[in-house]
Structure formats: structure tokens, C-alpha cells
Design a protein around this ligand. Structure first.
Ligand SMILES: [Cu+2]
Length: 119
């Protein structure tokens, strides 16, 4: 019986941890899964928590898996939950944004989404 109770503890801890505010994607520009008519000059990813930029990455890849961003990811000067990364002029196609961020509470989250440039 004691073993069963102990076994439940990690689940309870994990369950309560999800109630804390970690940095999840709030919204992005271009929007998640969207199609934009012209090449965007940058990708902006807004998180639900402030971000530690030195420990975080956002990268943009084309359909062949080549990184196309300008590798200048930075925190917005005013909004510390907003990461920005510049883009060159993109050809029409589907692009994947891959993010891995550390929020100010030191929790790591990651994910990805795509957007499409129509022309
Ligand atoms: Cu957290």
C-alpha cells in the first residue's frame, strides 16, 4: 500500500507543476498555421511568460530543413515575453518555426509551428 502511495507522488507533483505559468506560445506573427501573402520581415513569437533570451532559441527553417532566419533572435525591448527574429526575403513555400525557451522561472518548454508564404 505504501508503495502505491509513493508511486502516486510524482504524478501529483507533475500535475501541480502544470498549474504554474510556464512559457507557452500565446500567439505568433505570422500566425500559427497561417498563409501570408508576402514575405514577412520577421517572426514574432509571444509567450505566456517572460523569457530568458540567453537560454532560448527561435529558428525558422524552409521546407528542405535549411535555416533561413538571420540568426538575430532577440527579446522585444518593451515586452519581455516577445521574441523576434529577422527574415530575409522568403520565396513562396512553407516555413517551420522551432522554439525552445526558458522562462524566467527557469522552466524549459518547446514547440514548433508552420506558416506559408503564398508568393
Ligand atoms: Cu514554469
Amino acid at each position: 500500500m505504501k508503495r502505491v502511495v509513493m508511486g502516486l507522488l510524482p504524478i501529483l507533483v507533475a500535475g501541480s507543476a502544470t498549474l504554474e505559468a510556464h512559457a507557452f506560445l500565446e500567439r505568433a506573427e505570422p500566425a500559427v498555421g497561417s498563409t501570408v501573402q508576402t514575405s514577412p520581415s520577421e517572426v514574432r513569437v509571444l509567450f505566456t511568460e517572460n523569457i530568458e533570451p540567453a537560454l532560448s532559441t527561435v529558428q525558422v527553417f524552409d521546407a528542405s530543413g535549411k535555416e533561413v532566419d538571420k540568426r538575430d533572435m532577440h527579446l522585444d525591448r518593451l515586452n519581455h515575453a516577445l521574441l523576434r527574429i529577422s527574415l530575409p526575403r522568403l520565396e513562396a513555400g512553407t516555413y517551420k518555426v522551432v522554439w525552445r525557451v526558458v522562462s524566467v522561472d527557469a522552466h524549459v518548454t518547446n514547440g514548433n509551428f508552420t506558416f506559408r508564404v503564398a508568393r
